[in-house]
Design a protein around this ligand. Structure first.
Ligand SMILES: Nc1ncnc2c1ncn2[C@@H]1O[C@H](COP(=O)(O)OP(=O)(O)OP(=O)(O)O)[C@@H](O)[C@H]1O
Length: 366
């Protein structure tokens, strides 16, 4: 896998030993549980949770007396590797630990923006959230990985732009474009215009891993990844291949959108990626100071309570957001006092309190 530190596979490691028997070896299973229990003692101090619950430890395997796993972390969290190694050293049977560190160089916090179904305003949310984070002083990148409908370049007025390739120490990389101070890369920028993006299986996997690893982002506080809607191949590949710290789910108040969100939440939990929260888009229409619930009421709150995820914010319907989508003007920048801009600002502040502000507080206290 390009740009990931080489996995130091033990010399006597063989994939056959993973598959030689269908029945799980009870000793291996016990050792795996013990290894996970040790890793659960390693706490990420800013997020105040252990690295297993944060979805940072994946593909954990025990072969003979060796523990192998992938550690998905931000560029500022390299120290967790040493803490994980130390935690495992308490296992008397464990002779050596092999950790494959998976990081996007320069990127601190990678967040996925996802939705259970298409058309709920996922890309609109990703773009406006990126703009609000940028307005709050963060360095932001936006990766449009919606292979089935990449429309972020159009939303940012970047349709005719060419992507440059640069030489770096790690080989050739794509240079992201920039709009409103946000770094942008999209599958649409690499595809032929008007050519349908019907990527599947290995091609999809290759494109996605290239995207994640072969873009020269520079230093970013946040990389927002706009995922394709739903819970299919493409989403799972991206989520499994990238150091995503958490997922933000976008829904509308309608019942049908909510049942899809439920499926999405289960998918993220199955692959061990924490849900940061839920954004209810198109929540209401503001008319003469009154909120009109065009698509029903309370859906976001209901699912947030049911599945125990925070409701990060409710975004109103606003016809101006469509204009901004079509003309490349962003409401949080052009009209920071608009109701919709304020709703996004509140969400950005919440994220900054979790990921960036508290992190700088940590750095200054060190
Ligand atoms: N809060 C809002 N108020 C008014 N219109 C909105 C709002 N959010 C999104 N829209 C409009 O809804 C349409 C769909 O939005 P968008 O493309 O962001 O959805 P999506 O979930 O990313 O769709 P897909 O996943 O199918 O690409 C767009 O025309 C967008 O301008």
């Amino acid at each position: 896998m390009p740009n990931y530190q080489s996995p130091l596979i033990p010399a006597n490691y063989s994939r056959d030993s993973e598959t030689s028997s269908n029945a799980p070896d009870p000793i291996v299973e016990t050792h795996k549980h013990e290894a996970i229990a040790c890793l659960k003692q390693v706490v990420e101090p800013v997020l105040k949770n252990n690295i297993v619950s944060l979805g940072m430890v994946r593909n954990l395997n025990v072969v003979d007396h060796y523990v192998y796993f992938r550690l998905y972390i931000g560029t500022h969290q390299q120290y967790l590797q040493e803490l994980a190694r130390r935690a495992l050293s308490s296992l008397i049977w464990c002779k050596k630990t092999y950790i494959q560190v998976c990081t996007i160089p320069g990127v601190r916090t990678t967040l996925a923006v996802s939705s259970g179904k298409g058309g709920v305003g996922k890309s609109t949310t990703a773009v406006n959230l990126a703009a609000s984070l940028k307005m709050a002083g963060a360095r932001v990148g936006l990766l449009d990985a919606d292979v089935y409908g990449p429309n972020i370049p159009r939303m940012l007025g970047l349709t005719d732009s060419d992507v440059q390739v640069v030489e770096t120490e790690q080989g050739q990389k794509f240079l992201p474009l920039e709009a409103y101070g946000i770094k942008v890369m999209s599958v649409a920028l690499l595809a032929e215009p008007e050519h349908p993006l019907a990527w599947r299986g290995p091609v999809l996997h290759k494109i996605v891993t290239q995207f994640i690893n072969e873009v020269e982002w520079g230093d970013l506080d946040y990389l927002l990844i706009d995922l394709p809607p739903g819970t299919g191949d493409a989403q799972i590949t991206i989520v499994q291949e990238s150091p995503i710290c958490g997922a933000i789910l976008v829904t509308t108040p309608q019942q049908v959108a909510i049942s899809d969100v439920r499926r999405s939440i289960h998918m993220f939990r199955n692959v061990g990626v924490p849900i940061i929260g839920l954004i209810e888009n198109m929540s209401y229409l503001l008319h003469r100071g009154e909120r009109i619930a065009v698509f029903g009421e309370g859906g976001g709150e209901q699912i947030a309570t049911e599945l125990q995820v925070p409701l990060m914010g409710q975004i109103p319907l606003d016809s101006q957001i469509c204009q901004s989508g079509d003309t490349g003007q962003l409401l949080p920048i052009a009209q920071p006092d608009a109701n919709l801009s304020q709703a996004f600002r509140q969400i950005a502040t919440g994220l900054n309190n979790t990921f960036v502000v508290s992190q700088s507080a940590k750095v200054s206290s060190e």
